[in-house]
Design a protein around this ligand. Sequence first.
Ligand code: PHE
Length: 486
Amino acid sequence: MTNDAQPRTQWLGRWGFVLAATGSAVGLGNVWKFPYMTGEYGGGAFVLVYLACILALGVPVMMTEIALGRRGRGSPIDAIRRVAAESGGASLWSLLGWMAMLCGFMILCFYVVVAGWSFSYLWKMLSGGLAGSSVDDMAAIFGANNESPLNLGFWSTLVTLATMVIVGKGVQAGIEKSVSWMMPGMVVMLLIMIAYGAFSGGFGDALHFLFAFNAGSLSSEGMLAAMGHAFFTLSLASGAILTYGSYLPRNASIGRTTLTVAVADTLVALMAGLAIFPVIFANGMEPGSGPGLIFMSLPLAFQAMPLGTLFGVLFFIMLSMAALTSSISMVEATVSWLTDNKGISRRAAAWGTGIVLWIISTLAMLSFNVGAEWTLAGKHFFGWLDYLTSRWMMPLGGLGMVLLAGFVLKSETLREELGLSPAMHALWLFMVRYVSPLGIVVIFVDALGIATLDFGEQWPWLLLVLAVIAVIGELASPRLKRVLSA
Ligand code: PHE
């Protein structure tokens, strides 16, 4: 069903897609963002909502995106336009592709700054810049690292360059090759860190903090954050997974690959939590200390370990790699759209995108020094990029994808692409038609203050409402389908 003149590139190896998609999913989101958000939003309840969102929203949306990509064989914009057209859907649906592509790019603009932190800490480890520092020194070192725009800019520029070099090389020689050895290494390093955490004296506190599910302690804001993070950590609604899916060979199973990626991603996030919080608690640090959390806590752990410098170096190498395997996936949508539609080479597309990225990410980097005062409604530019993408664009994009798949596309199309057993297909359809959209809407309604929901007490009612809506929806679905495809 592709109308490209040339057949689309495909992953070379059997594991190409799984590794690349896991590489995209596993990144700073797992090791940097998840722990500090869990710390800010108070632990267990946040983790619970996050896990529920991965299952109820993340998995169905990821399957949908991969199916859309493989069916449409193109960048998000082209793929969604084609697949919608095939079912007689409006061409306006391609706006969803535009939003996804923009979202991936906006994320990258702040992501390179954080990846830059990782690279700079790698350098600090190598050069002994962290040796002998106390708990208090760590906060000061993190602050000092941010103070100079030249220093911070150097590191984020380096990340931008590395990303563009890999993407410029292509899907197989660049992306696939780089992920196939970086992913296993990351897991080994995390295991070592957890083993250390288990003996540091804070492991029990950490377990309690992460897994004591005290429902009701989570704010609406925290719930929106948990949902947004579920999308972020699985790289959804940002063009990454959809574009990678467009390179997926016909015979690969979308259900199985999605589960592999989601499970791996979740495990890494929980492992990162189990590696980081024991150190925080054992040293009396604040779990809610924000984006600097891992950069202040982990170096401390490395110092106390035998061969700590060696492990520290390895850890920051792996973190930087994990960041790179994610950052490359964020621009792949844009690069593939440019090469498909603008008649330019992949290399030119990569460098052109890189220049724009460099300019905007430099502005984001300045949020930590000279631009710290340039705020709007209390958030600086870096904060806005993060907030808009994770809290709004990704959930809304995900909502669009599931509505498209659930109500607009012909059911044979998805049956063919997903290749699930009848029972599993029915389950998937139920999720994308009702559970995922309603979950997203409920959390938005709550966050916007339209209605306050107390999930601790109201969940049986919510289930009931869901069931009623599902029955009505099933009865009305032919009409709904007509409305949405108009
Ligand atoms: N999933 C990545 C992480 O957790 C971030 C990401 C978001 C990657 C969107 C691609 C697209 O770090």
